[in-house]
Design a binder for this molecule. Structure first.
Ligand code: HEC
Ligand code: HEC
Length: 201
């Protein structure tokens, strides 16, 4: 069986139209459907300090997109990422971009993280370690980061502790540079950094 030139051209045209449709997919209503299930775990207000589910609402779009991509590719694949790995399997690239933009446009939720007051020695030590470590060089803008550099301010202490441990052990392997930055600290330094970043208002 052979294809005529015309049928090949028609097929090519069809593929181009399909691709264009895909790129323009995900109008507002579709995005709302895609994110409908997220809030079951990533609650939108009154996030408890012991939540290992990170705050995602109001997180930077570039960073959210990269994480969805990495969960899907399993370059971010510790045991705690099993759910996100499963959820992202059927997501297309344009869908992940649309989700990231939607997620980042939501207000950062009210959280119950402000447990370490600025007068606490642990908070002060955390501020010092973060300053000497030049964490603010990338997580700048008052710890809100920008684009692919995540916001850390007000993130839940339980999640920060988990993900920093996973960077240090290499279980979170999607950013070897970030792992190197965090490996030089003592456990007490890390406790202090977490107390400081999660409580910074
Ligand atoms: C069943 C619970 C569950 C659901 C539903 C869920 N997530 Fe997650 N998500 C998690 C957990 C747990 C983590 C943290 C994994 C870790 O510790 O590495 C996470 C992490 C993330 C991260 C990384 C955040 C960061 O700061 O690195 C993003 C982004 C994310 N989820 C987006 C979503 C989106 C978008 C949806 C909806 C489409 C969703 N999640 C639905 C449990 C869930
Ligand atoms: C050279 C830039 C740079 C420096 C310096 C840096 N970071 Fe990061 N950090 C990043 C980037 C980029 C990411 C996102 C990595 C990814 O895509 O997974 C990140 C991710 C993180 C995360 C994960 C956030 C989340 O929501 O999961 C934490 C926590 C973190 N950094 C803490 C720190 C601390 C503490 C310091 C200082 C000791 C520091 N970083 C210094 C660039 C940097």
């Amino acid at each position: 069986m052979t294809f005529s030139l015309r049928s090949v051209q028609t097929l090519a045209g069809f593929i181009v139209v399909l691709a264009a449709l895909q790129v323009r997919a995900a109008p507002a209503q579709d995005v709302k459907q895609l994110v409908a299930a997220c809030a079951a775990c990533h609650v939108m207000s009154d996030v408890p300090a012991n939540s290992v589910n990170p705050i995602i609402w109001g997180q930077n779009a570039g960073y959210v997109y990269l994480q969805l991509r990495d969960f899907k590719r399993a370059t971010r694949a510790s045991e705690s990422d099993a759910v996100m790995h499963a959820l992202t399997q059927t997501m297309t690239d344009p869908q992940m971009l649309a989700i990231a933009e939607y997620v980042s446009a939501q207000p950062w939720p009210k959280s119950q993280n402000g447990t370490t007051p600025p007068t606490d020695p642990l908070f002060r030590r955390g501020a010092l370690v973060a300053a000497y470590g030049d964490c603010g060089g990338c997580h700048f803008n008052n710890w809100q980061g920008y684009s692919a550099n995540p916001r850390l301010r007000g993130q839940t202490p339980a999640y920060l502790t988990t993900t920093i441990d996973e960077f240090r052990s290499g279980k979170r392997g999607n950013s070897p540079g970030m792992s190197d930055f965090l490996r030089i600290y003592t456990a007490e330094d890390i406790r202090a950094i977490v107390a400081y970043l999660s409580s910074a208002e």
